[in-house]
Design a binder for this molecule. Sequence first.
Ligand SMILES: [Zn+2]
Length: 418
Amino acid sequence: MRLALLLPLFLFTQMILFAQNICRTTEYRQQLLLNHPELASKIAAVETFTKNFQKGNGYTTLGFNPASDGSGIITIPVVVHILYNSAQQNITDAQVQSQIDILNQDYRRLNADTVNTPLVFHDAAADCGFQFRLAKVDPNGYATTGIIHKKTNIQSFGVEDAIKFSAQGGDDGWDKDSYLNIWVGSLNGAILGYSSVVGGPKENDGVVVLYTAFGTGGTSVAPYNKGRTTTHEIGHWLNLIHTWGDADCGDDQVADTPPQQTSDMGCPSGTIISCTNSPLGNMYQNYMDFTNDACMNLFTNGQKSRMLALFQPGGERYAILSSTALTATPLQNPVSEPIITSISIYPNPSVDNITIQLSDDIAIGSQLEIYNGFGQKTATIIVKQSQFQMNISSFGKGVYFIKAINGNSKTMAKLVKL
Ligand SMILES: [Zn+2]
């Protein structure tokens, strides 16, 4: 008898422990509120704002159309910060693009596996109307690929957000009012990812994803190799709650997702009844559940309305609608400026190692001086070879000038440290 009572509890506990390893957004939120209780009222205000929007001021009743071009599609500029400790973790730009492509399918319901959405959920399934584009212009106005590759000495990051700060071995986020920041790297334990909290600190805003659960191909590993971890975490970034409401038969504040007791794992089949959700059963195909990438395929209209509330005037993400990260004309990129006469630097811009190539008129034994953007000399180098490598990872971000002191003070090159 005692065993019979204990066993279900044991199984339940195991399930929770395992579940916590998938997405740490709930724990991150709890920790944030413990450390910053003053944020509770702001986060509650976001919820009230969202509820008011859902109650009757929604896009369906007012024809609310947040897109500036009238298409009804909201475009989100994205910057991906790749933090790598080993060369293997330095994922390719192609893998980043594969993730962007997946987001553009999942948030427009253009994913091929919509055919796996059960008939009973077809009416609830939504084209959420979001599209994602890698940023074209960085916060300083220069051209960018929207992808930053940065070496770090940190072997793996936790949910304390070090990955979001250069001073802690990560990379500083770009302004949340213009960009969605995605950090990709090695994470502690079995964490696949987590999102910041809507209404939380500006500097921490964005999502963090494990490099083996990001995009398709490359370093991605089954069963998290179809980019759905990022789809899920961006769902949180857009204010969605797990389908079980983070409690036993909890409330995810969405009417068209059936209540469910807890997370679903793996790749279930058939109807799973819990919390008197018969005959529909758990919507384990929802991106906000914990099932395998290959087994999830929808957001709902209710979830869409929660997301869209953020983009109303006064909403937490309203400002990003005015981002110029995709549309501004970039300042002339320093790398293409013809001021370089005898000093070549590559790669440029750079994060860590650069190669400096000097032309013959710069003598061996002469000096190079490095100045920061304020004209302050930050280093002097004695030229020993016409081509050499230099590590600039200790430099602060910004523009530097490398000047040859060779009787020709005009020989100068511009270097951009990212
Ligand atoms: Zn989650």
